[in-house]
Design a protein around this ligand. Structure first.
Ligand code: 6PG
Length: 251
């Protein structure tokens, strides 16, 4: 089944964050009404900070069903949870310190473990415990929503161009060596991303403009973010005008 792909541009990051927050609220309420749970994987980096802060503090989102939400991380750097580079630390300071999300619902990657592969395997076990058979699609966890970002090099999660993780088709979570950073990241694999009901790609800033033109219009090269193709779900690009400023169809 061909996935559905849509694109929406917003005047600025505030408007994009608010739209994404409403989209998550809608999906969360729908999933909880239907199945009593909402499974959500968060993106790291800097783009989603405003979104997470809105969800934590804006009264418009006070009805978010956090008690029924299982919160995961789509990727994590191989650092302790108090390290400046930790995606968990970013989510903790923007969202979790609000106390809205029950601790038992927050599934943190144990990225402090010296062996990144062990951290990935441990995370995979935790996901297997939460995602029962009825919550899987094709043998992979079917997230109700996965948030992703995109780097100027076309990576998403921690699936970077040229990295071995791009080829992974069996495991749910892997330790992926990233040459450009000379470091290992723990990341969801494409089968997990592509089993999701919805993937929301939040992309902002002028430094993403050229890559967006590549991945959405010219498509001369296959970049990792293009391999996100939800089999039964939807792929929603949420862009700010700066990132979308040069999106022009090729002649
Ligand atoms: C990470 C993210 C990564 C991020 C992109 C965009 O761990 O850094 O998962 O995939 O989404 O690099 O990052 P910015 O939002 O900072 O531009």
């Amino acid at each position: 089944m061909v996935s559905q792909e849509s694109r929406q541009a917003y005047p600025d990051t505030e408007a994009l964050a608010r739209a994404a927050a409403y989209e998550l609220l809608r999906r969360a309420q729908q999933s909880v009404d239907a199945r009593g749970v909402f499974t959500l994987a968060l993106a790291g980096g800097s783009t989603p900070r405003k979104l997470y802060s809105l969800l934590a503090a804006d009264p418009a989102f006070r009805d978010f069903p956090w008690s029924k939400t299982q919160l995961f991380f789509g990727d994590e750097r191989h650092v302790p949870p108090d390290h400046a580079d930790s995606n968990y630390l970013m989510v903790k300071t923007t969202l979790l310190e609000s106390g809205l999300v029950p601790e038992a619902n927050v599934h943190r990657v144990r990225a402090e473990l010296p062996d990144a592969s062990a951290a990935a395997a441990q995370y995979c076990d935790e996901m297997h415990r939460v995602f029962t058979e009825a919550m899987r699609s094709g043998g992979f966890p079917r997230f109700d929503a996965i948030l992703l970002g995109m780097g100027p090099d076309g990576h998403t999660a921690s699936l970077f161009p040229g990295s071995k993780g791009l080829q992974e088709q069996e495991r749910w979570v892997i330790a992926n060596w990233v040459e450009k950073f000379k470091s290992t990241r723990i990341t969801f694999t494409f089968p997990v991303l592509n089993a999701a009901e919805a993937v929301l790609l939040l992309v902002v800033g002028a430094d993403k403009t050229d890559m967006l033109q590549e991945v959405l219009v010219t498509k001369r090269t296959i970049y990792p973010v293009m391999q996100v193709q939800p089999i039964h779900g939807v792929k929603v690009w949420m862009l700010d005008h700066a990132a979308a400023s040069r999106l022009t169809p090729v002649d």
